[in-house]
Design a protein. Sequence first.
Lengths: 240, 272
Amino acid sequence: MALLRQEALPGVVVNTAVWVLAVVAVALLLSLGLAQLLAQEFPGRRLVRWALIVPWAASLVMTAKLFVWIYDYYFGILNHALVGLGLLSAPVDWLGDDRTVMPAMVAVGVFVSLPFTTYVLLAGLATIPGEVYEAARVDGASRWRTYRSVTLPLLRPALLVASVLNAIYVFNSFPIVWTLNDRNPGFGHDTTITFMYKIAFKSALRDVGLAAALGVVNVLAILLAVIVYLRVVRWREAEA
Amino acid sequence: MTAGRAALTVTGWAVGAVVLSPYLVMLFTALKPAGELRATPPRLLPVAWRPGNFLDVLGDPAFQSWLSVSLVVAAASTALVLLAAVPAAYYTARHRFPGRAAFLLLVLVTQMFSPTALVVGLYREFFELDLINTYAALILTNAAFNLAFAVWMLQAFFASIPREVEEAAAVDGCGRLRTLAGIVLPLSLPGIVTAAIFAFIAAWNEYVVALTVMTDPAMKPLTVGITTYVTAYVQHWNSLFAASVLAIVPVVVLFALIERYLVSGLTAGSLK
């Protein structure tokens, strides 16, 4: 009950929803394109696939610190490049301005999610037999039509697995929000996970009991996602 | 068709470059002398290249200490994971026992809990047991976090080895343990290597528990330690990134080795 009395809580819940939904949706859309691209044969494909592994294998804290540097108001390469290209008229304080903090964090979240979702979709694409495409071609379906009516429906299980698992990882993610939001006081841009950590170890509250209560809520939220996930997998098995 | 292929190749390479570009910023910054970090306007490439930053970091006693903590924790927790996961997975793959399905489900579910959601409880527990700032705390935590994935993946691997192979060994007079050590383990080596590498990398990259239970500077692993290169008071971005490059490169190489098996393992066999 003390949890519900926290003034910051509604904002934190909204942040969490925005963070999870935005990262999962954008990552999924981008990796649909990426998977389609990487499923084709072209010279150097192996190398590009390896490049895609890097954000997955690298420690999240180190990647997050890297983006703190890239986003830097004075010395960051991003402002310099965008102003130089004429896309921005003046530098933006990406991690200090209330309007840009969340989009900046979402961009990093998407960047580190891409490898996993793309690889899952690639595995899904590999299961679609060639004859299906053959049949679509014989029927005179256009490329886009084939993609919409043949590939996407057959890719649905992979899409569900990729999005549910990624939603769980993103919901659980600590280092990105923790590191990129480091400068900002208060709880204005926290998700439930970093909010909980601050309650327990950093804020004036230092209230382990309260944090544990929020921890239970978090676990319940994940449990719900897991149930959805298992349903999806079951449903697939029943269909197979 | 050739024009389409060329476009495909160019797009592919462009995607690779975009994905790698932040890490190139990391590498180039790691090669800059301290004076160039605060140059305005900022430059992508160093004016004077300074590979010596890497030697400085390697020679820094603090870095050496973080590196050794990371190595000890990752290696010991990986060993612990294998020690527990191999027998558990083998038994689950070969025997039907009551609650088997529930056991596998439970294993899968534990994989999905956030370390951050558990860290408050873990901290209390380690505090009671007087394990704050000990290797044991991090080794046990990482082993526990990574055990689930290892059991789940190895179980599938063992199940894919035909029973007949083992029966043949039994006919030839091999005992159970000899069969396991001499026949099953060599056949499932790719699975075991994948599980080991995955557990190692996960422990190597673990952050939030280490941040919480390792408060003594001498006991911090790399992920937590290197962040002290850039704080409100000191801003050694070049050292931070040199250390990051040193920490990331070996892990990426290891990861590339197991990439093929990992996706099927992580999606828990739901994609064939």
